[in-house]
Design a protein around this ligand. Structure first.
Ligand SMILES: [Zn+2]
Length: 340
């Protein structure tokens, strides 16, 4: 089973080793800010409903893989820190999850073994096995473009020198589970402040709100643009989807916005290529739906910044499994546990 635990909803589905969901995913509110016990019950409810809806018996479930946004210690099954989850104390201070033994809590209630990982990391693992990686790519780096920029790195035996006993792809998690923070690769010295506290991270330039901010500023400077017209002159109406609509209608200003965002992402991707030399770079998340203008700018920039021999044969593509990425990633991790 794969579980996608989000700040709004918890979703779950039963899937085959080929990544096919047996039934549409089941979804319930995660009630993320009402304390751990409440959220735990929501997770359990969703799992029970998903098992029931799948038509398979509970004994047939080999393992549960959970994708959780935050710093996850997979080896211990502990959520080290998850800023979207927690509760508000009596004095009004929000206390986020710290060191929550989530895997053991679910395991003890369902009697099915539970593995978990960071949601963006697992999205990369799911995309490796069930999307553009096809389970065979020699390395895959994935970024997920949305409110923030998440990332994950899947390495293979072919990318390691020396003795490595790996079959298929394995996720880079680092010594404490925090690796793969690809959104916080720094692309500008002294750049804008990022939510993580650093400066000049690619996330600070290309997260959803940064795209909206850039579009608003350009719209103000170009009152005759189609974007200005589509937004009825009101900056509050600007969304990434509206920029895409203006682009589709031939607005050069919209083209310029995606060109700029693609350039930021391209510089970051050149860095990933230099470090990991992956066969596939997959780009997911809702913002990736901007499509052609964004990807053309990314390709152009990567060609200008990456070492040509490392770029040879490397495919930079839209993720094929943008929807249900967390469930598929959790499922891929669960399958690794039961069928390594
Ligand atoms: Zn950052």
């Amino acid at each position: 089973m794969g579980v996608d635990l989000g700040g709004t909803n918890v979703r779950a589905g039963v899937l085959t080793q080929a990544g096919e969901l047996l039934a549409p995913p089941v979804q319930n509110p995660s009630r993320a800010q009402e304390g751990f016990e409440v959220t735990l019950e929501q997770i359990l409810l969703t799992l029970e409903q998903a098992i029931e809806g799948s038509g398979v018996s509970r004994d047939a479930i080999g393992a549960i893989g959970m994708a959780v946004p935050g710093h996850i210690d997979s080896a211990q099954g502990v959520v080290r820190w998850a800023p979207n989850f927690g509760y508000t104390r009596a004095d009004g201070v929000f206390e986020a999850w710290r060191d929550i033994p989530l895997a053991a809590a679910v395991e003890s209630r369902l009697n099915i073994s539970v593995v978990m990982g960071n949601d963006a990391n697992l999205a990369a693992l799911g995309e490796y096995y069930y999307g553009s990686g096809r389970g065979t790519a020699r390395g895959l780096v994935m970024i997920t473009l949305g409110t923030g920029i998440g990332g994950g790195v899947v390495l293979t035996r072919e990318q390691i020198q020396g003795n490595a006993d790996w079959k298929g792809g394995v996720l880079l998690v680092g010594f404490s589970g925090g690796a793969g923070e690809l959104g916080h690769v720094i692309i500008a010295f002294n750049g804008p402040r990022c939510g993580c506290g650093a400066q000049g991270c690619v996330e600070a330039f290309a997260r959803r709100d940064a795209i909206v901010e850039l579009a608003r500023e350009l719209m103000r400077r170009h009152p005759n643009s189609l974007l200005h017209q589509l937004a009825h002159g009101d900056p509050a109406n600007i969304t990434p989807a509206l920029v895409s609509e203006a682009y589709a209608q031939g607005d050069p200003l919209a083209a310029h916005i995606w060109e700029q965002i693609g350039a930021y992402l391209g510089v970051a991707i050149a860095n990933y290529i230099h470090i990991f030399n992956p066969e596939v770079v997959a780009i997911g998340g809702q913002i990736a739906k901007a499509g052609k203008p964004l990807f053309e700018a990314i390709h152009r920039t990567v060609r200008a910044y990456a070492i040509p021999t490392l770029l040879e044969g490397c495919r930079i593509v839209p993720a094929e499994r943008i929807e249900d990425a967390g469930i598929l990633g959790g499922g891929a991790l669960a399958w690794q546990k039961v069928a390594p």
